[in-house]
Ligand binder design. Structure first.
Ligand code: NAG
Length: 176
């Protein structure tokens, strides 16, 4: 659980539908090859996520749907077809068992992919941390769109600084 806690900090702002990356700038083409987009429709991003294994995506629990979720990998511009995209559906979702719909505590979820992603220059897995980042460590948040730019543009990145464990507990609840 400690392992996921660090990723959770990153994911919350990545994935929350109305909290886009504020004040961010373009990530650079395919620099975040682990970044995936969970789609509501061909033109609408539901949430961001990260590829942690060829068959697994880590995202937020509030992004769950009843049916399979269409996931785009190898994506940079959501508007243009760049020939690098892979589209794979989720087959099963595993929201954190303690996810609280009201408080959004434990807002984290794993998605199993129907097919294995083809790893290449544009689609890569990200290694999960085995501990929380030290306070004041610089972290990178990435996602789709900002409050300044409409949905449907390229991936957006922003630096954030990790808080102390105590601060994180205040935000996320105690680590297990
Ligand atoms: C979920 O969060 C709400 C609001 O913080 C809280 O009142 C409620 O007790 C929580 N539910 C559970 C099952 O922990």
């Amino acid at each position: 659980m400690v392992l996921l806690a660090a990723a959770m900090l990153l994911l919350a702002s990545v994935a929350a539908e109305d909290e886009r990356i504020i004040g961010g700038q373009s990530c650079g083409r395919h620099q975040q090859a682990y970044q995936v987009a969970l789609m509501d429709s061909p033109n609408t991003v539901r949430c961001g996520g990260v590829l942690i294994d060829p068959s697994w995506v880590l995202t937020a629990a509030h992004c769950d749907t009843v049916g399979p979720i269409s996931i785009r990998l190898g994506e940079y511009s959501l508007k243009a077809s760049e020939g690098t995209e892979q589209c794979i559906k989720s087959t099963q979702s595993f929201p954190h068992p303690n996810y609280n719909l009201t408080s959004h505590d434990y807002d984290i979820m794993l998605l199993k992919l129907q097919n294995t992603a083809n790893l290449n220059n544009y689609v890569k897995t990200i290694g999960l941390p085995d501990r929380c980042p030290d306070p004041n460590t610089e972290c990178l948040v990435s996602g789709w769109g900002t409050t300044q730019t409409p949905k449907g543009t390229g991936a957006i990145c922003n630096g954030v600084v990790a808080g102390s464990g105590r601060e994180m507990e205040g935000i996320w609840g105690p680590a297990e």
